[in-house]
Design a protein around this ligand. Sequence first.
Ligand code: AVJ
Length: 321
Amino acid sequence: MSVLARTAASARLQASQFARDVVSGLTAARKTLPAKYFYDDRGSALFEAITTLPEYYPTRTELGILEARAGEIAALMPPGAALIELGSGSTTKARILLRRRAIAAYVPVDISAGFLKREAARLRHDLPWLRIVPVAADFTKPFELPPEIRARSRVGFFPGSTIGNFEPADAAEFLRHAGRLLGPGARLVVGVDLVKDTAVLNAAYDDAAGVTAAFNLNLLSRINAELGADFDLDCFRHAAFFNRAESRIEMHLVSRDAQQVHVADRTISFGRGETIHTENSYKYTIESFRALAAAAGWSPLAVWTDAQAYFSVHALRFSHA
Ligand code: AVJ
């Protein structure tokens, strides 16, 4: 098969996976859609806009912790270590650690090869002493570390509280996999959003400017555009709230009325007030996250928070699988 044919075939495969996931989510007794589909081009731009909102504290708080503690974090890195960033998204956070020169090699792992190429070129220019080995892979699936870093100590980097998007059991499974990939003695630096006052949490996911609402509703636009569905965006509204019993923010799209929507040869009926559950964002305490990590073989080395204890950055060490 030619490269072009292969690309077209894999694009079709991805599209049909999207269609299958959407149909299975919308035909379930309680309707859901997978949060990973938020991030088309418009969704990624909207998420970037979310990270600068006054109400959305996680990004700026984590950046502040990394800036303030970069020296202490660097001191925990074995000499000559490789930093392996799982789902690098943007290299802003990694750069804070890489600038300290305690890291010899950087392995950004991201699903987007184009993004990796651009970021690697910029980094090579800015940090010329650094060995950069990008890996285009879905970090939630098994992949191999590049041979170039085989001899180096490994430090995993998983910022952004992305771990909060996993169900707790899946988060533990992910940490176990990361440990197996990185090996005994590996370190992990992971950003984890903390349980806090309900009003602060709710505002962070339901901002006054409506950017998070647009981000949530964009999922329906994407389904319309890519799967030929006929969602009327004016007939759904954004809802986000902290579910303290489950320790998670839930995002939903609420049907304003009884209505029918057509998606991939199916007719989906909504009752008035019925919701599509689109995202969970789990919040942990320092202790609850340490317990989750311990169950996956990771022991605590250090933890840092901001003055308000809104966000935490954990340093962990892998001892056993
Ligand atoms: C990218 C998963 C960390 O849960 O805070 C932001 C996604 N959703 N606003 C989060 C998100 C709504 C974000 N994560």
